[in-house]
Write a protein that binds this ligand. Structure first.
Ligand SMILES: Cc1cc2nc3c(=O)[nH]c(=O)nc-3n(C[C@H](O)[C@H](O)[C@H](O)COP(=O)(O)OP(=O)(O)OC[C@H]3O[C@@H](n4cnc5c(N)ncnc54)[C@H](O)[C@@H]3O)c2cc1C
Length: 578
């Protein structure tokens, strides 16, 4: 797009003659929400086109379907749930409610007893390459959600765990010390100063240099922050580790409440924790509900319950008779005003589809794609804004879903989820048991189920954004065969002692690889402005440019659905004032 040879080989775009009140680039939750908000403001008959490069709607909010015999199994290929470290805004809550989702019904549809009544808990898998032996042990460590106030690990439970763990004698002692000695490792400093120091110190260094634990203990905690940060403990501050409930801080007298530069993910918030809802396909149900509002013929049904099993009619998404159209497999490559931005009356959007270029016109345009893409497709933006947009480095992540014929091995091993600090996928677990509408979760260990696995391709030692770039390159280079071999081997080694046989038990595998995953969230170890309270690049990056506004979660530097919605609202508000 920014490369002249692209335009030489692509040829002249075909003018479609299509004119819209709004063209949205990006069919994720932000783009779909922008279309929805714009339509509410401009009227039901306003003509809107949403372009997305993928072959499915929803962006990160992605649905996986499996057919296991006659049974439909759903999984989340991306966005897991309605959840956010900070409470949803009035706008984001309002949209959730408008779509008919009643978050207070979560306890009705969730059935944790399916696992709890069978005595299943969390486990840790030690692998022989990292720890000298393959061993699966039940994990006695409390999680933050289970116990907000106190992360203490009972002495007996800790002793039993380390005795059985394949750790050296020194590592066993240090593991116990880490949980049990209540020592102030920064004595003589007030709490605020301690937090400021911890904000600049990687947790790995806190463990190795300040607490002085054995390297095996550091390796054990290495991937602990992967699910939230997409980074290991080398690139997560000790202050954030404290917020996440990782050990070592019990004797440090840190006052409750965030210190400078603390990541929102690490700040406990009860109100936010209580606003939670998970559909079997994650927030793909939100995307599908939005599409149902915009293009009713494409997704039949009436409620947030029946959307779970509704069959989408993809042929209806881009229907010329509909005022709102969603065009998939269409990558926007150039977005420019007709004439000078200040006095312009329209925006010309060129996109590539099936190897050909096409142009449509919008009276307005919202870029709900990714920040780093925008300078390439919108070359006339001011340089300062392009620079701010390019600061974004999305977090690569892999969500693998494996449909298996039954979950007897988990019963035999007593685990529903496994932390695997040295393995290809660092977190593995049985799908969350949720039944909504006509969809029934797997209720018996003899029934098929989805195993969810998470991998974060990190390069420890590099700054966060460089780790993300390197991880992205590695994900793009990996073949499906590489993933499959690792998945089969990991499951065999973890679950084999419970009778699991990958050749017999695996029915299907879907690897959802996200080279451009979470929005980059500022990090007190690497982003000085975040620690010191300066202007954030995302504030400059999201400025309106004539008839073009910028939505998407990157615009808030916050990797959550509510950010995608809030930014859509802001972008629509800005664009309707032009
Ligand atoms: C694996 C994963 C799990 C997550 N889990 C949660 C969770 O549990 N809860 C939560 O709140 N948030 C979660 N998030 C974050 C949340 O999914 C995002 O914040 C939100 O969905 C982002 O929406 P968006 O519309 O801004 O971006 P996206 O969903 O990325 O949508 C942008 C779309 O624009 C498209 N696009 C980009 N460039 C172009 C172009 N040139 N032309 C056309 N289309 C283009 C992209 O392909 C994409 O489809 C998760 C994210 C990931 C990756």
């Amino acid at each position: 797009m920014g490369d002249p040879s692209f335009w030489e080989s692509a040829g002249t775009p075909a003018e479609t003659g299509e004119q819209y009140d709004l063209v949205v680039v990006g069919g994720g939750i932000s783009g779909l929400a922008a279309a929805h908000f714009f339509r509410k403001s401009a009227g039901e008959s306003s003509r809107i086109l949403v372009l997305d490069n993928h072959d499915d709607l929803g962006g990160h909010a992605k649905r996986n379907e499996f057919q296991a015999g006659r049974r439909l199994l759903l999984g989340y290929g991306g966005t897991y749930a309605i959840e956010s470290p900070a409470p949803y805004s009035r706008v984001a809550r309002g949209l959730v409610e408008e779509l008919g989702i009643d978050v207070s019904q979560w306890k009705r549809v969730d059935d944790p007893l399916i696992y709890a009544s069978r005595g299943l808990g969390r486990a840790v898998f030690f692998d022989k390459e990292t720890f000298g032996a393959d061993r699966l042990l039940l994990d006695p460590r409390p999680t933050r959600r289970e116990d907000q106030e106190d992360f203490a690990l009972s002495a007996d439970a800790a002793r039993q765990f380390v005795e059985a763990a394949p750790l050296s004698g020194a590592a066993k002692k240090d593991f116990l010390r880490l949980y049990q000695e209540k020592k102030d490792y920064l004595p003589g400093l007030p709490s605020a100063e301690k937090k400021a120091r911890l904000a600049r110190l990687p947790y790995s260094e806190f463990l190795s240099k300040i607490v002085g634990v054995d390297p095996q203990v550091v390796r054990f905690f290495g991937p602990a922050p992967h699910p939230l940060f997409g980074l290991g403990i080398d690139a997560v501050s000790a202050q954030d580790a404290w917020g996440l409930g990782l050990p070592g801080f019990a004797g440090m007298a840190l006052e409750p409440g965030p210190g400078p530069g603390m990541n929102r993910d690490a700040i406990p918030n009860k109100e936010a924790d209580e606003y939670f809802f998970h559909f079997p396909d994650g927030n793909a149900s939100i995307a599908r509900l939005l599409v149902r509002r915009l293009i009713p013929a494409a997704i039949p049904g009436q409620s947030a319950d029946d959307v779970v099993t509704a069959r989408a009619d993809y042929a209806r998404l881009d229907d010329p008779a509909s005022p709102v159209r969603l065009r998939l497999n269409s990558t926007a490559v150039r977005v420019v005003h007709a004439g000078e931005p200040a006095g312009s009356k329209s925006v010309s959007i060129t996109y590539s589809r099936g190897g050909k270029l096409y142009t449509v016109t919008g009276a307005k345009c919202i870029l709900a794609c990714w920040n780093f893409v925008i300078p390439f497709i919108c070359p006339t933006l001011p340089d300062k804004q392009k620079e701010a947009l390019s600061y974004e480095a999305k977090v690569p992540i892999v969500y693998t879903n494996v449909a298996v014929r039954n979950w007897q091995a988990f019963i035999k091993l007593g685990a529903h989820s496994i932390y695997a600090p040295g393995s290809y996928h660092s977190y593995v677990g049985l799908d969350q048991p949720v039944s909504i509408g006509d969809y029934r979760c797997s209720e018996s260990p003899d029934e098929p189920v989805v195993i969810h696995m998470m991998r974060t391709p990190c390069s420890p030692g590099l700054p966060a954004r460089d780790q993300h770039r390197a991880g992205r390159a590695s994900l793009l280079a990996a073949s499906f065969e590489t993933f499959e071999r690792n998945i089969r081997e990991q499951l065999a080694r973890m679950l084999g002692p419970g009778g699991f046989d990958p050749a017999r038990d695996i029915a299907a595998i879907t690897v959802n690889r996200w080279p451009h995953g979470y929005a980059y969230e500022y990090n007190s170890l690497f982003d000085r402005f975040w620690l010191e309270g300066g202007a954030q690049p995302c504030e400059v990056a999201r400025r309106r440019f004539g008839r073009i506004a910028i939505a998407n979660a990157d615009a808030a530097a916050y990797a959550y659905t509510d950010a995608a919605i809030d930014q859509a609202w802001r972008a629509v508000d800005e664009i309707t004032q032009t």
